[in-house]
Design a protein around this ligand. Sequence first.
Ligand code: MV4
Length: 503
Amino acid sequence: MFTKVLIANRGEIAVRVIKACREMGIRSVAVYSDVDRASLHVRMADEAVPIGPPPAAESYLHMEKIVQSARRTGAEAIHPGYGFLAENAAFARVCVEAGLVFIGPTAPALELVGDKVRARQTMEKAGIPIIPGMKSLPRSINEFEGAARELGYPVIVKASAGGGGKGMRVVEEEKDLRPSLEAGMREAKSAFGDETVYLEKYIEEPRHVEVQVLSDMHGRTVHLYERECSIQRRHQKIVEESPSTALDPAMRAEMGETARRAMEAAGYTNAGTVEFLLDKNRRFYFLEVNARLQVEHPVTELVTGIDLVRQQILVAAGERLDIAQEDVRQRGHAIECRIYAEDPKRNFLPSPGKIRVYREPAGPGIRLDSGIYEGWDVPIYYDPILAKLVVWAENRERACRRMAAALSETVILGIQTPLAFLRDIVTHEAFRTGRTDTSFLKTHFENYGERPTDEDGLRLALAAAAFAETKAAAKPDRGRDGRASGEATTPWTSLGRWRNGGA
Ligand code: MV4
């Protein structure tokens, strides 16, 4: 087993990997940019190496600096987390050439699944259901027109190097095809440096269901069941859960087995996810492979009891998976809410700044994967995810209630967060009854920002934050919230009284 692992990431996911290392007796090395000097992942790691200025291209995306940091600190392996270099085949190769283990799939597997057209060809050959569409790349607009007519409109233009929605265009009729192709190619070129696009039949109001897979380097591949991730906004997932309300046991078994075979066909090792789209007739189609640990992995950990990061590290070290498919059970129900530093009332505008007051929820079946602490400044440079609140309960109804309660218990003051918005989602009638498709937010929360704002509540919250700060400063012998034990009046009781109609 490794004695030291470098984590090429920041925030809550770096913290998550550091914790897994600690539990396994592995020393952890954090890397950090200039704005992350005081970040939680730096404080939690056994060692930390500065890697440059705030822009990701000069720090978290800088392959040589990261590899050098690993070599200098004597780390044997690099965990990339998600985002940044996680699905970068060139980086996986650079690691191996430097004698380091990349904790993830091999470079060839990353290349294969990163090329959507090649991935579709591979899956079709393996008998995996793919979305009807082009199976090779056409040379002329005429060929696109012929393919679109054969598929029947609406069709969707996708970037072969894409994923996550970039370069996508829905085309309703033939006259729009050419301009959409041109726009899609331009966007693909600037986003991925590759203008290759292709067409698929457009599936309307699909559900997004994905299957977690785990695979070792000795030929064993198991699936860990599904996550439903349909509640999204601009291809940004917001709420995820497992099991999906859209599947029955037979479909679940079939989708799991299909995902397992898909990963085998791709020669995939380590942890990965097979995404499917589910149409209105409940047919499912292969969409793409996410070749990384995903943000929403805790949902799977809670229903299966399997620590995915630990398994990633074990498999990368060459160990055999000691999990048999028939031992993987989906027990109870898990839901995850993503807590971003953004303001749902102002069109999800980023909300960086100092976290003045921070209270974490706790209790049975409550897990918070967080990358923040009270007094920390949220920088503007990176993905604004602060933390993920994940709950588990015996069934979906109780998981919804537990989530709503845990959201209410969570306090983040000083910046805007979607805590109230998330609570509105998980208490919504359509969510409660499992009617979650990819149009959920558009259908039920389209004009969320235009609802009356709680100005008085905001003012009181700010006053409470200021109060906590001044008290903490004035009385350093007390806790950070400035409250000695037994003291009755706190900002929270004031807020509670105000909410109940009298202060
Ligand atoms: C689609 C689709 C409908 N038909 N492909 C969006 C992200 C990218 N990974 C694939 N996406 C889609 N591909 C066909 N043929 C609809 C989407 C889509 C979507 C997919 C999953 C979750 C949310 C979505 C929101 C809008 C569009």
